[in-house]
Design a protein around this ligand. Structure first.
Ligand code: ZN
Length: 100
């Protein structure tokens, strides 16, 4: 009995590395014109759940380009929310490293 479950990999829009999709954030351009997060059918863009990739995707509007929706406020808001989660999770007291 061998259950070979092949991981489904997707390419990150920021670092272009292939990763298991369960480790990534998926944004979906819904047929309704809305934005889906980790669910829904439509054109999808994947980004690593890492600060670096989320920041890069946000700055360079990589999700917008990938989904071909240049002006969608929900994308920036979603990336900001995910970044905020990571920031809180990784918060190290006494270690303040400004970036940029
Ligand atoms: Zn990445």
């Amino acid at each position: 009995m061998s259950t070979t479950h092949k991981p489904v990999v997707r390419r990150c829009v920021s670092c272009t590395h292939l990763k298991d999709r369960t480790q990534m954030l998926r944004l979906v351009r819904l047929a309704s014109g809305g934005l889906g997060l980790d669910e829904g059918f439509g054109r999808s863009a994947y980004v690593c759940r890492s600060r670096r990739c989320l920041q890069d995707a946000r700055r360079r509007k990589r999700i917008q380009k990938s989904l071909r929706i240049p002006n969608h406020p929900a994308i920036d808001a979603t990336l900001a929310t995910e970044l905020d989660k990571i920031e809180r999770h990784n918060q190290k007291p006494g270690q303040d490293s400004p970036v940029g």
